[in-house]
Ligand binder design. Structure first.
Ligand code: NAD
Length: 468
């Protein structure tokens, strides 16, 4: 697969292999860009921004629909590629592609609704005789940087709103799983003027700074880990920033909850994509009275999960992205067990595979819940009261989404008020997300919102017009 710079597909002698974590086979190779290549991509985007600014939103909407059509026709190829490069099950890859289609469709619709505002100027003492209104104008060049875990949909969440708002883009997908994202950029490139979309692959240590510090970049839209997000924020200077970072989302189960529903939600939330989801259920906070029944049922269901070849449609969970990721999970689980947590099932690693794991009697300061664990682990923290449950939910550096299971509307209302997170979901687990809802966390989980309408607005600047 090649990079895309100024409308041309670019290869390099220096390459890196993209490895299938299921069998360690090479799926493909991608070029390793140097700082010079990134400079060229930024320059191309900077020249193309004028063309983009002049394009009508009607035309851009049409282009996004055409891209949507092409993705739809190639859905199965995309899904297979995602599975090969990430180890995600084919069922989940198909679902990612269905969501990707929706995200791009929403962007095609939303880019026709970039409204300014009329300002009641006569509300101010000097404003009586003037008209005032705002217009939303493009930012210019957007750098889009994405992680490995949802390589297509997360890219579309940045690229489609950026382009829909008439910006040009330099896109850097994750080097661990770049293939489907590069294919997406190539398709977009066919429909747009040269330089409007550029896609570069390379080691972050070689090209990251060039992209992040360039004066020609007007906005960085980043999704990834807290460590990388903070480093980008320190280096970026005066640029608009959207940072969608890690999570440590709680699922609170109160003693009046529908336990079957709560267990199903935990299964869906803890093990989706082998737990490698920013909004995975990463802490289960449960009231003592129902904890034993809940845990028994969770363990029973967890043991039934079919772990194996992610291309087999019957597989529930594939490997993690690589062996390092699985080792990191192993180390956190071992640390918890050493500290007194009870390992009720799972806990074994083989290569990049980590068995779905339930840990009981977890304490809030243990690494497995204090840091973000990006793997298939359900850590159970027991609490006595409702109040303690909310305090525990907030006892974290993160604040992405949070789920609560209760049948009492008053408890639900209190939870919504108390919990410090970008979204609070009642009787749903944190992995629930629709691509049009405002999405983005508090605290170390980031700044800014995605979700098409919100992302699109954030891809514009506001210009005030006063007519005297
Ligand atoms: P990561 O931070 O390692 O990498 C993300 C991207 O940043 C990759 O493209 C990587 O190459 C690039 N990068 C790394 N260092 C860089 C630098 N110095 N300058 C510029 N770019 C650099 O994250 P990851 O391991 O790919 O993804 C997992 C993380 O992403 C988890 O923490 C997860 O919670 C988070 N995530 C968040 C969301 C969200 O919407 N909040 C969604 C998905 C994943």
């Amino acid at each position: 697969m090649n990079m895309l710079i100024n409308g041309k597909l670019i290869d390099k002698d220096d390459k890196v292999a993209v490895i299938n974590p299921f069998n360690n086979e090479t799926v493909d190779e991608v070029p390793l860009a140097g700082a010079e290549d990134v400079k060229k991509a930024i320059l191309a985007a900077s020249q193309a921004r004028r063309l983009m600014e002049r394009m009508s939103s009607r035309k851009l909407s049409r282009i996004l629909i055409d891209v949507h059509q092409e993705l739809k026709e190639n859905l199965e190829d995309f899904a297979k590629l995602i599975t090969l490069e990430t180890g995600k099950t084919i069922r989940d890859s198909r679902m990612e592609m269905q969501r990707s289609l929706e995200t791009i469709q929403l962007s095609a619709e939303e880019c026709k609704r970039v409204y300014g505002e009329t300002i009641p100027m006569d509300a101010a003492i000097t404003g009586r005789s003037v008209f005032g209104f705002t217009i939303k104008i493009p930012l210019g060049v957007v750098a889009a940087i994405t992680p490995f875990n949802y390589p297509v949909n997360l890219a579309i969440h940045k690229l489609a709103p950026a382009l829909g708002a008439k910006n040009s883009v330099v896109f850097k997908p994750s080097l661990t799983a770049p293939l489907a994202a590069m294919k997406l950029a190539e398709i977009m490139g066919h429909h747009l003027p040269p330089g409007a979309v550029n896609c570069v692959t390379g080691k972050s240590s070689e090209i990251g700074d060039e992209l992040v510090t360039s004066d020609l970049i007007n906005k960085i839209s980043f999704t990834g880990s807290v460590a990388t997000g903070l480093s980008i924020a320190h280096k970026a200077g005066l640029k608009k920033l959207t940072l969608e970072l890690g999570g440590n989302d709680p699922l609170i189960v109160l003693d009046d909850a529908d336990l079957d529903a709560a267990v199903s939600a935990t299964m869906a939330g803890s093990y989706l994509n082998a737990g490698q989801v920013c909004i995975a259920v990463k802490r289960i906070i449960i009231q003592d009275g129902v904890a034993d029944d809940f845990v028994d049922s969770l363990v029973e269901q967890t043991k039934k999960l079919k772990v194996g070849n992610p291309l087999d449609p019957k597989t529930d969970m594939g490997p993690l992205i690589d062996e390092y990721a699985a080792l990191a999970v192993q180390s956190k689980v071992e640390d918890a067990v050493d500290g007194g947590a009870q390992l009720l099932c799972g806990g074994q690693r083989k290569g990049a595979f980590y068995q779905p794991t339930v840990l009981d009697q977890v304490q809030p300061d243990m690494q497995v819940v204090w840091e973000e664990t990006f793997g298939p682990v359900s850590p159970v923290i027991r609490v006595r009261t409702e109040k303690e449950a909310y305090q525990m939910a907030n006892y974290t550096k993160y604040g992405l989404q949070a789920g609560i299971f209760t049948q009492d509307i008053n408890r639900a209302k209190r939870a919504v008020k108390c919990i410090e997170a970008g979204s609070v979901l009642v009787n749903k687990q944190s992995t629930f997300r629709t691509d049009n809802m405002p999405f983005g966390g508090f605290k170390l989980s980031g700044i800014g919102k995605e979700g098409v309408k919100y992302a699109l607005d954030d891809m514009t600047r506001t210009k005030m017009v006063v007519i005297g």
